[in-house]
Design a protein around this ligand. Structure first.
Ligand SMILES: Nc1ncnc2c1ncn2[C@@H]1O[C@H](COP(=O)(O)OP(=O)(O)OP(=O)(O)O)[C@@H](O)[C@H]1O
Ligand SMILES: [Mg+2]
Length: 261
């Protein structure tokens, strides 16, 4: 079920274009998603622009999930982030956006069903709008799938999660709220909490949590779910993860700086 069915390769206008903001699709705690019309010489395509709000200091300080996702930086940047200064705040904000954008590009290239990325902006990024001139795609949480369709979509979503694992990533915030439903297909969005399997010590817990959170929607629609068998099926048996953790602990090395409190 390639995403090119939903987004053909020539979906984006090329050549000279003009962008027009058409309004806000959704305002969330951390971002605002705008609808943008990109008009070229022969047609108009619709884009979604995700803009991140400045995050408050507390949310940077307390969230263990994000440790390890921002990547290495200069000493000054690391110190500023640790001290939670305004500059540290800006550095973290920029890395945060870069992290989500890089994840989107990686997933699109891996053939995962996501909105195709368009371009990175200072405070966010542009991607394909999932929807048409009439409406935005609803979230899966708003749709009541029949048991037969639910079984098919659950299966397809597990394939998507396998693909994420095959590029060493865990979504980190997967649920029916971060899946859009369009043309009978599920489209994954919102990679702000994505983590790398090889570097994040909680990756396995997050993967299990993701599957359990997504399963909640499908179990309510009559799909049978066995989390252990699913983890095996998607190539995420616990050994793959414990080996990395074991490397750190058994060898007695200290975890990299960015994991530590
Ligand atoms: N490419 C897109 N096409 C259409 N709608 C989109 C797209 N991306 C995001 N949206 C809409 O914007 C909402 C918020 O996007 P997203 O989940 O990425 O941001 P968020 O900051 O995590 O918001 P929330 O806190 O509501 O989850 C989505 O639930 C969806 O309704
Ligand atoms: Mg979201």
């Amino acid at each position: 079920m390639p995403s090119r069915d939903l987004f053909p390769s020539d979906w984006l206008v090329t050549g000279a274009y003009r962008d027009t903001r058409l309004g806000v699709i959704k305002t969330g705690k951390e971002s605002e998603v705008h609808l943008v019309a990109r008009t070229g010489s022969d047609r108009t395509t619709l884009l979604a622009e995700k803009r991140f709000k400045a995050r408050d200091r507390r949310s940077f300080q307390n969230n263990y999930t994000y440790r390890g996702v921002w990547g290495e930086g200069t000493f000054r940047e690391s110190r500023a982030m640790k001290k939670n200064t305004r500059f540290g705040h800006e550095v973290a904000h920029g890395r945060w956006i870069g992290h989500e954008w890089d994840s989107l590009v990686l997933f699109h290239n891996a053939g995962i069903t996501v909105p195709p990325p368009v371009e990175r902006l200072d405070d966010g990024y542009l991607m394909a709008f999932v929807g048409d001139g009439e409406r935005a795609a609803p979230r899966l949480s708003e749709i009541d799938l029949s048991p037969a369709v639910a079984r098919r979509v659950w299966d397809e979503l597990l394939d998507e999660v396998s693909l994420l694992v095959s590029v060493d990533r865990v979504h980190g915030d997967l649920s029916a709220f971060n899946v859009l439903w369009w043309r009978e297909r599920a489209v994954l969005i919102d990679f702000s909490q994505t983590v790398e399997i090889v570097t994040h010590p909680a990756a396995h817990d997050l993967l299990t949590r993701d599957i359990a959170a997504l399963a909640r929607y499908f179990v309510r629609r009559g799909v049978e779910v066995d989390i252990d068998r699913i983890l095996e099926r998607i190539g995420a048996d616990v050994h793959r993860f414990t080996r990395q953790l074991g490397d750190v602990h058994v060898a007695g090395r200290r975890a990299p700086e960015r994991w530590r409190d």
